[in-house]
Design a protein around this ligand. Structure first.
Ligand SMILES: C[S@@+](CC[C@H](N)C(=O)[O-])C[C@H]1O[C@@H](n2cnc3c(N)ncnc32)[C@H](O)[C@@H]1O
Length: 428
């Protein structure tokens, strides 16, 4: 609410007590406040944190910008304040972000915002489209949206309207679009659903034990490893497979722009291929390829039909189907070296003379840096450590796996997909 006509502290108090909207008041008026009682009221209402503290016009930023004349407390760090402490506090409450984002995805809040397009929506508009009749829900939705805007999922602008006064209007950011269910385009919402699922979260709470003792924490907590657990919990199986299929869609579309090694292949086996999405992306570009999607029986049993692709159930540690080339995408990082070498030796056996195994996997940088890619890879490596007792690998480590499983030549493409995924060939 934008309060301009208050000219006395009493008038200000009456107005502020009657308003439920965000409290935005004119700079001029706040600067004119002298009354101590009003200062304490203002403090309680979260407008000013201390009397006389500097206030400034809300500046346009990437995530928040103002279309109405408005004022706010200056939240920039002054020399007297301790930025590392504020950063530590922010980290200590970081958890709220993925949990609120998960709730927004589950309530289709991002879908509602997406469908509103460039016009944007207010919290009130959204509250009228979610399953609640509680008149206070819009205020809670607004708080949820604020957190998402601060974390670059949404943009927020202020809009002034005669009937409703000043409102926050939200739109999806380019990152936020990836949390809307997008059919075939590769949503990240399904990966969030997997990572924030209670079954997965429970394992994280034992991270300290894994650091101290190693091993497969998922198995210790749930009595079965993740890939066996998916066999007894069809819902978790579906969530896991959807997360992988969505990720694979995006990654493989970029791999196909970088790498031409699938061209002219007559057949291709995808070992640990999930529900076949990876082969579906490849064969839609190269229709002559006959694809064999190989995974455990309870995963291929749920795989959809794709033209030119045969789903085969089995155990890659026992044997893998024969093909002109064999690929393994995002599966070697689920296993220790001993298991990887076993699978790779089986691939070697099933390949023709001069055949190749195409390995697509996240590549661990030699040293962590501050790039987004480095942050994602180290977060994923931590996920492998805690959930599966496995790890991401450097190029040198992949080369060592290649040689240890009998292949004679290691090759890696110059470019990484999304600065993260390497495309490697282990040649016979
Ligand atoms: C991280 S997912 C990768 C899926 C797919 N390659 C992709 O990138 O979308 C690992 C896959 O390995 C499969 N897997 C695990 N153990 C297996 C085994 N013994 N034999 C065959 N597949 C297995 C899982 O079922 C799962 O689909």
């Amino acid at each position: 609410m934008y309060i301009t006509p208050c000219t006395t502290p009493a008038m200000f108090e009456a107005t502020i007590n009657s308003c439920n909207q965000p409290r935005l008041v004119s700079v001029k008026f706040l600067l004119s406040l002298r009354d101590k009682a009003v200062h304490s009221l203002v403090s309680k209402q979260n407008i000013l944190t201390k009397p006389g503290r500097r206030i400034k016009k809300l500046l346009s930023t990437e995530t928040m910008n103002s279309t109405a004349s408005a004022a706010s407390v200056d939240h920039s760090i002054s020399k007297l304040e301790d930025e590392p402490y504020l950063q530590a506090l922010t980290i200590s409450t970081l958890f709220s972000f993925p949990m609120i984002l998960k709730a927004a995805v589950e309530l289709d809040v991002l879908g509602i915002i997406s469908r509103a397009g460039s016009a944007g929506v207010s919290a009130g508009d959204i509250a009228s489209h979610i399953p609640t009749k509680d008149p206070d829900a819009s205020r809670r939705v607004d708080r949820m949206l604020c957190l998402l805007a601060v974390n670059s999922i949404l943009t927020c602008s202020l809009s002034e309207n005669d009937e409703r006064g000043v409102q926050r209007i939200y739109r999806l950011s380019p990152t936020g679009r990836y949390f809307v269910q997008q059919g075939d385009e590769g949503s990240a919402a399904s990966m969030l659903a997997l990572n924030a699922h209670p079954i997965t979260m429970e394992v994280w709470s034992h991270a300290k034990d894994t650091i101290l003792g190693g091993g497969n924490e998922f198995k210790k907590v749930h009595k079965k490893s993740a890939f066996h657990y998916t066999n007894i919990d069809p819902t978790y199986n579906q969530i896991f497979n959807q997360a992988m299929a969505d990720l694979t869609t995006k990654v493989m579309n970029q791999v196909l722009q970088i790498y031409g090694g699938f061209e002219r292949l007559g057949s291709l086996v995808d070992v640990a291929g999930g529900t076949g999405k990876c082969l579906a992306v490849i064969t839609s570009k190269y229709p002559p390829i006959k694809g064999i999607n190989f995974d455990v029986p309870h995963v291929v049993a749920t795989a959809p039909f794709y033209p030119g692709i045969k789903h085969v159930g089995g155990d890659m540690f026992a044997s893998v189907p024969k093909g002109e080339a064999i690929m393994i995408k995002d599966a070697l990082h689920n296993w220790d070296d001993e298991h990887c070498i076993k699978v790779l030796k089986n691939c070697y056996e099933s390949l023709p003379e001069k055949g190749k195994a195409i390995i697509i996997n996240v590549l661990m940088p030699k040293a962590p840096d501050s790039t987004l890619a480095s942050r994602y890879i180290t977060q994923l490596d931590a996920t492998m450590l805690i959930q599966l007792g496995s790890h991401e690998r450097t190029q040198k480590q992949f080369e060592a796996l290649c040689m240890a499983s009998g292949f004679s030549e290691f090759w890696v493409a110059d470019h990484l997909a999304y600065s993260v995924w390497a495309i490697m060939e282990f040649r016979k």
